[in-house]
Structure formats: C-alpha cells, structure tokens
Design a binder for this molecule. Structure first.
Ligand SMILES: CSC[C@H]1O[C@@H](n2cnc3c(O)ncnc32)[C@H](O)[C@@H]1O
Ligand SMILES: [Zn+2]
Length: 418
C-alpha cells in the first residue's frame, strides 16, 4: 500500500508532518521525509479524527423528505415499511452510495448500519472506500416461518463472509416489538458463538415501554436482561425511556448506547438521559439514524444538537460540554466498535479530516473544538481520509456527479413503478 505525507498541518497546538503507511499513522513530527509518498499540503489546515456515525440506516437517503412530521409508530407502520417493501437490491445500493458520498462530504468515515438488502450496502461501502459495521437484519414480527428464514439467512451469511479490511459484520435484530423472544435469544446465542456485536433499537418510545409492560410485565431493558440478551457486545440505540434500575442494568452488563438527538427530536420520541448514562460511565456514541427521521447524515449537526439538547432539556448549561459531544462522535465510537480510531496518534487507523482554518466559521480560534461543535458547518471540511486513502480533497469526491445522476434517474423511474 502506498504512503501519504501531510505536511505542515495543525495537530492540537503544534504544526507537524503526518506520515501514513499501510492505512495507519506511522509517524507524527516536524520535518518528515518520504520520497515515494503522495504529499498533501496541510498549511492553514488542522487534522482531526473523522466521525463515527454509530447508528444509521444508510439507504434511507432515498426516503429523505418522505413522511415528515409524524411519530415513530405512524411513520414506520403507515409510511416507511410500505415504501421499503418495494425497494430492490439496486435501490439500496444507490441509496447507500449516496449515503457514503454524504458521509465523506461531512467528514464521517465509519457508520454502523441496519437495513434491508445488506449486501447492497456492503457493495456501496467497498466501492466508496469508507468503513462500516453492517448488521445482518433480523425482523420476524413473531412469525415462526419468518424467524426460520432469517436464521438460515444469517447462518449462510456468516458462513460465507468472514473478515473484511474495512467492514465489521454484526447482528441487527430491529427491536423488541418486531423480533420474537425466541429469535432474540437465538440472536444472542449466535452472537456469543461467533463473537459478534448486536445492534438493536431499545426503548425509543413510550409506546414500546407500555406494550412491553403489557406483554411481558417488564420494561424493555428488564425484559432483555431476563432473556440473557444484555452484554458488552450489545449496542442499544436511542435508549430513551429508561428507569434508574434499567440504566444500572445497562452499566452492569457493559452495554454501549447510541444517542440520536436529531431523530429523537424530529419523531418527538423523548429525551435521552445523557447525564444519568454518563454518571454510570456507560459508553455513549452518537448517530444520525436514517435520512427520513433526520434528514441528513451530517455528524457536525448531530454533535451540536446533542450538546444543545443536553443543556436545554436539563436547564443546565454545563451538561454535555463541547469536548464530550466531540468525543461521543469520535473516540467513543472507536470504543463501541473496537476500532483503533477516533484519535490522531501513531499506530491508530489513518481515518481523519483536514479542516480549513481560514473558513469563516472557524475564526477567531479561541478554541477549535468549540468552533467545530458550535459554529462550523461541514463546508469547513476540506479533505476526508479513510484507511490512509484520500476520499475527498478540496471538497471534491471523485464520481459524485454520477451518484447524483443515478439518484435523479431513480426518482424519475419511481413514478413508473407498478
Ligand atoms: C430492518 S432494517 C431497519 C429498519 O429500521 C427502520 N427504522 C429507521 N429508523 C428507525 C427508528 O428510529 N426506529 C425504529 N426503526 C427505524 C427502517 O425504516 C427499517 O425498516
Ligand atoms: Zn434507527
């Protein structure tokens, strides 16, 4: 693999050269030389870790602006699921490519996904050069025939797919209201057997809690604990409607949680208990959720919204400070997915962004992280690098016009579908 040398770039408070070899940061110091390397001019730029979007549904870019302003249950059951029913492998592929393009343009190089036709997202990620954790979807609505189908599909997938340089495969049971108890137990055992992460929606709405209490006499996290589902390999997305007891359970089992502030606000799902989670040292990642409940994949917007919401929902301006919000989108994501990423340091994965320090949103520079969290738009991101490869430079991503064209044609053809 070739090497990359970024010259004279700002890293925290010093100007350095950054040498990348074989997809990792090899050396960081002033005055580095590497005769064969591709050289990037880092003057007037700062190097920072790229973002980790810990929960999304990438190909939902196709549903951007479709069915806005509804609650989760109405949105999913009456609009989203009927629409998704007609999506093909190719639809998901082009939707996921648009998502990858959007992520590269907004500085994200890793996302955790749960969506139909997962191999289509896999193909898009391979081509676009970023990283992902792709979930093998599981959703049976309590139907044993469907459960059987998903189990054999999952077994087959993991027999045929093993390690991948930029992709982690995980399990994606959708939620406790769409996956039967038997199937959740099966997923949990399969994950243990194959050492896999599990990505699941948990306690997103009040309705989910009420239904669970009615059906099982337990709240969602209590129910998951009762079936032996909780563990350090579980990534519980949303995690809004939790009691102190349930948060203690999450902490005890080392469950990781993902905060989705924009989606939670748009669907009016509820308020994520950030302080209560943090107090328990629960690892908190940040995610955009899909493009129909957000409606973009811009992690800078997610970071700012998370930080502001933490304050406005508690009436306490010290809650969710800029540095913590930044860490949720970088280093905490690395911890959730077991990636050596989220910081710029020798030996870490060479996933990073270069921001334009002369951008009007980044001056004056009393505090760069504060500017990035509270002031910046993604327009200040000049360069995105993943695995040591430059995916965007000067805000241009090779092939972006073609992706836009494909989506426009898809939209045109949609009108002619039966
Ligand atoms: C089985 S593929 C994933 C499935 O999840 C749906 N989805 C998107 N956003 C949410 C959300 O916030 N809560 C629950 N489910 C969501 C998506 O449309 C797919 O059907
Ligand atoms: Zn989701």
């Amino acid at each position: 693999m070739s090497s990359l040398l970024i010259k004279d770039v700002l890293l925290k408070d010093r100007i350095v050269d950054v040498l990348i070899r074989n997809g990792r940061f090899q050396d960081i110091a002033p005055g580095l030389e590497e005769p064969e390397a591709q050289v990037l001019d880092g003057r007037d730029k700062a190097i920072l870790p790229s973002f980790i979007n810990s929960h999304t549904h990438a190909a939902m870019t196709l549903l951007r602006g479709y069915a806005d302003d509804l609650d989760l249950h109405t949105w999913l059951t009456q609009h989203i699921w009927p629409f998704e029913h007609q999506l093909t492998f190719n639809d998901v592929y082009i939707g996921a490519k648009l998502a990858c393009l959007e992520m590269i343009k907004t500085g994200t190089t890793f996302f955790c996904d749960m969506y139909w036709h997962m191999p289509a997202t896999l193909k898009a990620v391979e081509e676009m050069g970023i990283r992902a954790a792709l979930s093998s979807v599981f959703i049976d609505f309590g139907d044993p025939a469907k459960a059987k189908q998903f189990r054999s599909r999952t077994r087959k997938f993991f027999r045929e797919n093993d390690r991948h340089e930029r992709i982690i495969f995980c399990l994606g049971p959708h939620g406790i209201y769409t996956v039967s108890r038997d199937s959740l137990v099966w997923v949990s055992e399969f994950a243990r057997e194959h050492d896999l992460l599990i990505h699941i929606h948990v306690s997103e709405t009040r309705k989910e809690v009420e239904d669970c209490l009615q059906e099982n006499g337990l709240r969602p996290v209590e129910y998951l604990e009762s079936i032996g589902f909780l563990g350090p390999n579980v990534i519980a997305c949303h995690s809004i409607w939790l009691t102190e007891k349930e948060m203690d359970m999450l902490a005890r089992h080392g469950v990781k949680v993902v905060h989705n502030p924009v989606s939670n606000m748009k669907l009016a799902s509820g308020l994520f208990p950030y302080q209560d989670m943090r107090k328990r040292n629960i690892c908190i990642g940040l995610g955009t959720d899909g493009c129909s409940s957000n409606n973009n994949l811009d992690m800078l917007q997610e970071i700012k919204t998370g930080a502001l919401l933490g304050k406005s929902s508690t009436g306490e301006p010290t809650v969710f400070p800029a540095q913590e919000a930044w860490e949720c989108a970088t280093i905490n994501g690395g911890e959730i997915f077991g990636l050596e990423a989220g910081t710029i340091a020798v030996g870490q994965l060479a996933d990073c962004i270069l921001v334009d320090l002369d951008h009007h949103t980044l001056i004056p520079r009393h505090d760069l992280i504060s500017n990035l969290v509270y002031s910046a738009s993604s327009e200040c991101i000049d360069t995105t690098i993943c695995n040591g490869r430059v995916l965007m430079q000067g805000r241009k991503v090779p092939g972006e016009e073609q992706i836009i064209q494909e989506i426009k044609e898809w939209e045109e053809n949609l009108k002619n579908r039966p």
